[in-house]
Design a protein around this ligand. Structure first.
Ligand SMILES: NC(=O)C1=CN([C@@H]2O[C@H](COP(=O)(O)OP(=O)(O)OC[C@H]3O[C@@H](n4cnc5c(N)ncnc54)[C@H](OP(=O)(O)O)[C@@H]3O)[C@@H](O)[C@H]2O)[C@H](O)CC1
Ligand SMILES: [K+]
Length: 447
């Protein structure tokens, strides 16, 4: 029997300690082969249910389906904040003419000292990270990248390499290869990764069965006129793909910089062009992007120096943190029931955990810190008032030892008030990235 401790601060700032009543620890981690938690069902229960308390003491759960709606990770919260901030700024984003896009390119690679390889690498990396942000590896693995003869095609080749390293399985269709060292080098890099190059004639007319994502890297801002073979047929293939009604049943189309075949400024003039699900604009969106109606519009190419921004009066959203891409435009409304993740962590058996739950907690906590998780000491504290009404909030663990878990609050807080009326409380640590959570149902007492 051990004790959890909470320290309370009074309003004058003086800390006093709250002794938490004893709680029981499971010391029965015997060598049975019973999983502590079964593999989760991929289908969430239609009913909201509070987790049933574990047998006694600390419960260590691995690979368990998290209660996402109740408990977003700090990273998710950050991402959604960045997303909504960017969406608010979307109205202000500058759209470039074809001429300005080409001018900017020339200046970057002239007086501003960039090389095309460098810019292409950053552009392709942006595309790969944007794709990975929207289309999770757990549900989209096979990526077909159709590359054109120019730099847009080069971006596609670079993206293919990064997607490979992110764990995707890329396939490249590159029918008109450009005989320059930059492009042949990119091809060699992909060949060294055994990424298949698929001839146009080997592509199935209906791409839905073989690929989970199709990346259109055929033409960018230098496209003009109407598409010539073999790109005319390839574009038609993507057009037929996008008319399949149910977007969940076909691979999404991701266009790099410009939906290929669209007029760079006017957009899909005939109305019979590609309708991409996602557009990754590079440097700044081109005028045609105003006609993009798909759910995901991202900006990539995080390399614009101030002389370019000021010369062209560029209004662009800030990139969050170290990200290579940022969402612009409307944030799509999410079908909450479709949010699920496949958990592939190994099961956790009773005979794999330490006999002393505090030792096990400390090991997992240290692993969470070492893994670089943000605020691994954040925990949900649930208290219950005398009327039996529960309330939860996030608090920070300030210490742990064999006497218990320590956090701070002041006497005036609701949690302190609840605890003074009712000593029942629960703590929950949730380390999403490690597929782990620790639950402590316990009784607290001030001291
Ligand atoms: N600063 C940036 O944002 C950067 C963007 N990058 C990417 O580069 C493209 C622009 O690349 P560019 O090489 O200038 O142009 P395209 O990729 O659009 O393609 C030009 C080739 O396409 C041929 N073409 C043009 N029209 C047609 C057509 N109707 N049918 C068939 N082929 C066509 C063209 O041949 P031509 O003989 O007609 O001249 C070229 O071979 C930009 O959009 C970004 O994706 C950089 O990677 C980094 C910097
Ligand atoms: K494109």
């Amino acid at each position: 029997m051990l004790t959890a401790v909470s320290k309370f601060r009074n309003k004058s700032g003086l800390a006093s300690t709250t002794r938490v009543m004893p709680f029981f620890l499971s010391t029965s981690a015997t060598a049975t082969a019973t999983p502590l938690c079964p593999p989760p069902s991929p289908y969430p229960s239609p009913h909201f249910r509070l987790p049933s308390p574990p047998r006694r003491g600390l419960a260590f759960l691995a690979a368990s389906a998290p209660q996402r709606d109740l408990f977003p990770t700090p990273r998710q919260a950050m991402a959604s904040l960045a997303t909504s901030t960017a969406a608010a700024a979307a109205a202000e984003v500058t759209h470039l003419s074809q001429r300005d896009a080409a001018d900017i390119d020339e200046q970057l690679m002239g007086p501003l000292g960039f090389s095309v390889d460098q810019l292409m690498e950053l552009a392709g990396l942006s595309v790969a990270t944007a794709v990975a942000e929207v289309y999770k590896l757990s549900e989209h693995t096979r990526v077909l990248i159709i590359c054109g003869p120019g730099n847009n095609g080069g971006d596609g080749l670079v993206a293919a390499r990064h997607l490979y390293h992110f764990g995707y399985k890329p396939f490249v269709c590159y029918p008109k290869r450009t005989a320059k060292p930059l492009y042949s080098g990119l091809v060699t890099q992909l060949e060294s990764l055994a990424i298949p190059f698929v001839p146009v004639e080997d592509l199935p007319q209906d791409l839905s069965g073989q690929y989970d994502i199709v990346i259109d890297a055929m033409f960018g801002f230098s496209f003009h006129g109407t598409p010539r073979p073999p790109f005319d047929d390839l574009i038609q293939m993507l057009v037929s793909l996008s008319v399949v009604g149910d977007s969940a049943k076909r691979p999404p189309i991701v266009s790099v910089d410009i939906p290929s075949g669209w007029h760079v400024e006017e957009g899909d003039v005939s109305g019979g062009g590609i309708k991409p699900d996602m557009l990754v604009s590079l440097t700044a969106p081109k005028l045609c992007a105003k006609k993009f109606t798909g759910p995901h519009h991202f900006l990539g190419g995080r390399f614009v120096p101030p002389p370019i921004s000021s010369k062209y009066g560029l209004e662009l959203p800030p990139y969050p943190g170290t990200s290579m891409c940022v969402r612009i435009g409307k944030v799509p409304s999410v079908d909450i029931s479709s949010l699920r993740e496949n958990y592939i962590s190994p099961e956790l058996l009773e005979n794999q955990v330490m006999p002393n739950p505090f030792d096990q907690f400390r090991t997992w906590f240290d692993e969470a810190v070492t893994a670089g998780l943000r605020e691994p000491n954040a925990m949900a504290l649930t208290t219950v008032n005398k009327a039996g009404k529960p309330s939860s909030r996030m608090v920070l663990l300030k210490g742990v030892d064999k006497q218990g878990f320590v956090w701070y609050t002041n006497y005036g807080s609701q949690k302190a008030h609840d605890l003074s009326e009712n000593s029942n409380a629960a703590l929950l640590f949730y380390w999403n990235e490690m597929n782990r959570q620790v639950i402590l149902p316990t009784a607290c007492a001030t001291g």
